[in-house]
Design a protein around this ligand. Structure first.
Ligand code: FAD
Ligand code: FES
Length: 270
């Protein structure tokens, strides 16, 4: 039987800087086996002496066995991670969590909503859509960041644009920025939603109530809204109780992707 708790070793084979606070780490598991996961799932990354924390896998499953995480420098673990170089080793376990509900979104129009580093978990879904676009309807992305350099994966937008409509906004205008300035909710007043969409949202907790209020004004059906939740996690597999919501759902095991209707009455979930 597979030990869900087992930590494996991976080598950092590449590091791609997104901005001063965010880097993509390309990881290759040492056992040489393919690492199987589904877009929307996460791993627990560990560095000996510096702890462990969850990170969404931000790349679509590949045949090389490598996978990517996109980490924002925050505290003890990520501080050490940012001090590592190519060739250094980290621990990881997983994949954990449910991932995106493909059966609910296939053939449907799709609105992806990302704030800041929230674009990272959506990237493998975007990559999947690009490779299997015949399975989806019209796709649009609403993406907000504090300033231009905080917009992630900018060098991929041209390729993405062949498959989805990209709508960007910045909190703070910068030189040479011709796009929207303002909060992500402003975009919903300016850009029409695709017809009868499924919506998937990932970003800072503060963004969720404001966006959901806006979506309700647009008469979006609650059961078509999916949100990714973030909680302090330890075990990642439904044992330690750190991530359990008031309604008894585990963010690590039943999420991190939740249908909004499923958690809206669970105090503190959003
Ligand atoms: C499912 C999931 C997926 C995630 N995916 C990503 C991802 O793709 N990319 C990414 O960058 N992050 C992601 N995160 C968040 C990431 O796990 C955290 O930012 C992690 O805490 C960073 O570890 P650290 O040791 O560097 O920071 P920490 O030392 O844990 O500090 C992080 C922040 O939390 C504060 N903090 C520390 N301890 C506590 C506490 N006990 N109570 C309240 N606040 C505290 C610190 O002051 C700091 O601001 C994800 C989280 C979850 C649950
Ligand atoms: S992290 Fe332990 S129960 Fe979810």
């Amino acid at each position: 039987m597979r030990n869900l708790y087992l930590t494996q070793t991976a080598t950092i084979v590449d590091i791609k800087s997104q901005n001063s606070m965010v880097r993509v780490f390309v990881l290759k598991p040492e056992n040489g086996k393919l690492f199987n996961y589904w877009p929307g799932q996460f791993i627990n990354l560990s560095i000996k002496g510096f702890g462990e924390a969850p990170f969404a896998v931000c790349s679509a499953p590949s045949k090389t066995g490598e996978f990517q995480i996109c980490a924002q420098k925050k505290g003890v673990l990520t501080g050490k991670l940012f001090a590592l170089s190519m060739g250094d080793k980290v621990g990881f376990r997983g994949p954990y969590g449910n991932g995106f509900p493909l059966s609910k979104i296939a053939k449907r129009n799709l609105t992806l909503i990302a704030g800041g580093v929230g674009l990272a978990p959506l990237r493998p879904l975007i990559q999947l859509i690009r490779s299997r676009s015949f399975e989806f309807g019209k796709i649009q992305l609403f993406c907000g960041a504090r300033e231009k350099q905080m917009l992630l994966f900018q060098n991929e937008y041209d390729a993405w644009q062949k498959h989805l409509q990209i709508n960007l906004t910045l909190d703070i205008a910068s030189e040479n920025w011709k796009g929207n300035v303002g909060l992500i909710t402003d975009l919903f007043d300016k850009i029409k939603l695709v017809k009868n969409p499924v919506l998937i949202m990932c970003g800072p907790a503060i963004m969720y109530p404001a966006v959901i209020k806006k979506l309700k004004q647009k008469k979006v059906t609650e059961k078509d809204i999916y949100v990714l939740l973030e909680r302090r996690m330890h075990c990642g597999i439904g044992i330690c109780q750190h991530c359990v919501l008031v309604n008894g759902k585990y963010v690590c095991k039943d999420g991190p992707v939740f249908n909004y209707a499923e958690i809206k009455n669970s105090p503190g979930a959003i």
